[in-house]
Design a binder for this molecule. Sequence first.
Ligand code: DAT
Ligand code: MG
Length: 139
Amino acid sequence: MSKNTFMMIKPDAVERGLVGDILKDITNAGFKIKALKLTQLSLSEAKTFYAIHSERPFFNDLTSYMSRSPVVAAVLEKDNAVSEFRNLIGDTDPSKASEGTIRAKYAISKGENSVHGSDSDENAKIEAEFHFSGREILF
Ligand code: DAT
Ligand code: MG
């Protein structure tokens, strides 16, 4: 198991001023921040990032939402980082997310669900390299 995962605080949460609260939840859960930036995806970048979902009915809504305003991107370190972070954020649908998870606390809907977390070590590496150059990540 890799020690790193990639995450984003999504537009709905950045817009509502939740960056500090969410980063605090993440560091309180034992994750170390290895890279961090505020950035905005173009529509075309959002389509590339979410290419795996391109045939899904929600793809246009997802990519326009993810590009509408800034996101915070981060690389996080913890043992079993990918699964530990997925546990911390909870189910994609906030109405199904366990109490105390980031999505249960902050998400608006299944579409506007406040945070992204990579789903595998392989995708964590691809997604981290999509957002960060080598010299932006602490090793
Ligand atoms: P997750 O973000 O939990 O990994 P996913 O990879 O299945 O979920 O989907 C990526 C994002 O797409 C998800 O965070 C929100 C959006 N999405 C997924 N399923 C959806 C649905 N049924 N309706 C609307 N948006 C959806
Ligand atoms: Mg996913």
